[in-house]
Design a protein around this ligand. Structure first.
Ligand code: GLC
Length: 568
């Protein structure tokens, strides 16, 4: 059983840092590692997060903004050098920040030396590092699988007359994890970074790591996009049962996890990108002996954030699915999804930040969401994302959520020099949305985020306390967090009408956090009236038992070393 001091990642708030868009220091309009170093104080002191997940900075042709890795153990010259990375880790650790890296293991760039060798001849020693098959007798691809970004998942390579497999695009062919040499090479890559002091990984595209060894056709989907979290064009016309979610993935994760565990304390953490149709399936990625991912990212809220009924349902269903002894987590945005402020609207965004930072489970904040940044408008000539280029016009493009961080009101927002064109345009009106503009504005999104992070840091009940739903109108989401007699009520209004929520016995408390800062410090008695789109965090007076909500709650604890959520 782990002690809570070892499990730093349970208490941590993770910040997903999109390196390419964070801070440019060498004047090429693209963020870099030195830029991250220059902003460590912002992350730790100003904002107050505990860990950063750095998106890929490995050598890459940048077809997919670095997820197309050309060399897993080299820093791309556009981002810096290995020594810059070492300095980053050392400086981050000095200020108390953990560093997680993106582990991209499903595919590589077609410019990776492994693939160049593999495609050179059928007899090459690396041939079986990727997935090659003969055409069918009629010359068509080996099966019906589709690439996510358009077209078949197979491309014929004229050099050897065989097709190679690629789940996303021919520019990023899939590695063959059925070949143990691939596993070993990727473990070596992981060890390379662990030896340099990283605190863990975010494993990319986990369910796509391994495919059906028999390469069976996917069945046609009876309802397109069923099981997918968004309409995905022709890709949605299949059920992805054979090109994703192969049971053999669990053994891969166990091997990787035991490598991480071999580094001892502090624990090296492994989180992963898992989109799954069913919560029960999602939960399997913790491992049956909790020996796989420390947690699979919980993207549930990301897809329902505007609807309080669905939000309650996601919290309940995902909490129930987390295996005994495992730890929940929540995500509101990432580099693959439209920004929360655009999905949910500016009014609801602060309420959702309060939700993210007060739920039981490790939160991950996407860079710029602390400023409430919406998507940026991308003109057709500025499109960079291969998904948008491959399947245009369906709203699948991911450039809008990847715009440069606006630090100041300067032209280019202090992201890069004023006379340089940033790799993607900055958000409109970046000056008033910038860190500088929001920092001293009490009602700003940045101030709210900092306040909530501060409260989470000092209040044990928000980090590790139990969680139970609290009776509220349908338009609201409300819950109690409790630890050792310290209780907080979180009351969130998702509607444009005011709403009243009763306080639990003894009916007294005071507001310690609110989306309306003027209310902070105010007393609450018997009930709390929420303005439209208001969220409040109420510290409840007195110890004593939490009054259960009739019928809707069954107090439920099946945790081992940690109290389990009561959400039922
Ligand atoms: C993952 C990443 C995404 C990338 C894809 C292909 O889904 O999150 O950004 O494009 O893998 O590597």
């Amino acid at each position: 059983m782990r002690s809570s001091t070892a499990a730093w990642w349970r208490d941590a708030v993770i910040y997903q840092l999109y390196v390419r868009s964070f801070q440019d220091t060498d004047g090429d309009g693209v963020g870099d590692l030195q830029g991250v170093i220059s902003r460590l104080d912002y992350l730790r002191e100003t904002l107050g997060v505990d860990a950063v997940w750095l998106t890929p900075f490995y050598r890459s042709p940048m077809f997919d903004s670095g997820y197309d890795v050309q060399d897993h153990t080299e820093v791309d010259p556009g981002y810096g050098e290995l020594s810059t990375f070492d300095e980053l880790v050392a400086r981050a650790h000095d200020v108390g920040l953990k560093v997680l890296l993106d582990f991209v293991a499903t595919n590589t760039s077609d410019q990776h030396a492994w693939f160049l060798e593999s495609r050179s001849s059928r007899a090459n020693a690396k041939r079986e590092w990727y997935i090659w098959r003969d055409p069918k007798p009629d010359g068509s691809p080996p099966n019906n699988w589709l690439a996510m970004w358009g077209g078949p998942a197979w491309t014929l390579d004229p050099t050897t007359g065989q097709f190679f497999l690629h789940a996303f695009s021919p520019r990023i062919p899939d590695l063959n994890w059925h070949n143990p040499e691939v596993g070993q090479a990727m473990l070596d890559a992981a060890a390379f970074w662990l030896d340099r002091g990283v605190d863990g990984f975010r494993v990319d595209a986990v369910p796509m790591l391994l495919k059906d060894a028999l390469l069976r056709d996917n069945p046609v989907s009876t309802s397109p996009s069923a099981g997918l979290h968004k309409p995905m064009g022709p890709y949605g016309a299949q059920q992805h049962v054979h090109d994703s979610g192969d049971p053999g993935i669990h053994a891969i994760l166990r091997e990787l996890r035991s490598l991480l565990d071999s580094y001892g304390e502090p624990e090296r953490v492994m989180v992963g990108e898992v989109h799954a149709t069913e919560w029960t399936d999602w939960a399997t990625y913790y491992g049956s002996a909790l020996d796989e991912l420390h947690f699979p990212f919980n993207f549930g809220l990301m897809h329902v954030a505007t609807n309080p009924t669905s939000v309650r349902e996601v919290i309940k269903a995902s909490s129930a699915a987390v295996p005994a002894g495992a730890w929940p987590n929540f995500v509101l945005g990432n580099h693959d999804e439209h920004r929360v402020a655009s999905r949910a609207g500016a009014e609801l965004t602060p309420v959702l930040m309060m939700l993210l930072l007060t739920l039981r489970g490790t939160p991950t904040i996407y860079y710029g969401d602390e400023l409430g940044l919406p998507d940026v408008l991308i003109r057709p000539e500025d499109v960079r994302d291969p998904w948008e280029l491959g399947v245009p016009g369906l709203g699948l493009g991911r450039d809008p959520q990847r715009s440069p961080m606006p630090w100041t009101g300067d032209p280019n927002g202090g992201f890069c020099p004023p006379h340089i064109r940033p790799w993607l345009p900055l958000i409109e009106h970046h000056s008033s949305r910038s860190v500088a503009a929001q920092l001293d504005r009490p009602g700003s999104m940045l101030s709210l985020t900092r306040r909530l992070l501060g409260l989470r840091r000092v209040r044990e009940e928000l980090r590790s306390g139990s969680q139970s739903p609290w009776a509220a109108p349908d338009t609201c989401v409300a819950y109690l967090r409790e630890h050792a007699g310290q209780r907080s009520l979180i009351a969130l209004n998702f509607s444009d009408h005011s709403a009243r929520i009763r306080l639990p016995t003894p009916g007294r408390g005071h507001i310690i956090g609110s989306t309306n800062t003027e209310r902070e410090g105010a007393k609450a008695k018997e009930s709390i009236e929420l303005a439209p789109y208001e969220g409040c965090l109420v510290e409840l007076a007195g110890a004593g038992a939490v009054q259960p909500v009739p019928s809707s709650i069954t107090a439920h604890t099946r945790g081992e070393d940690y109290p389990r959520s009561h959400w039922r």
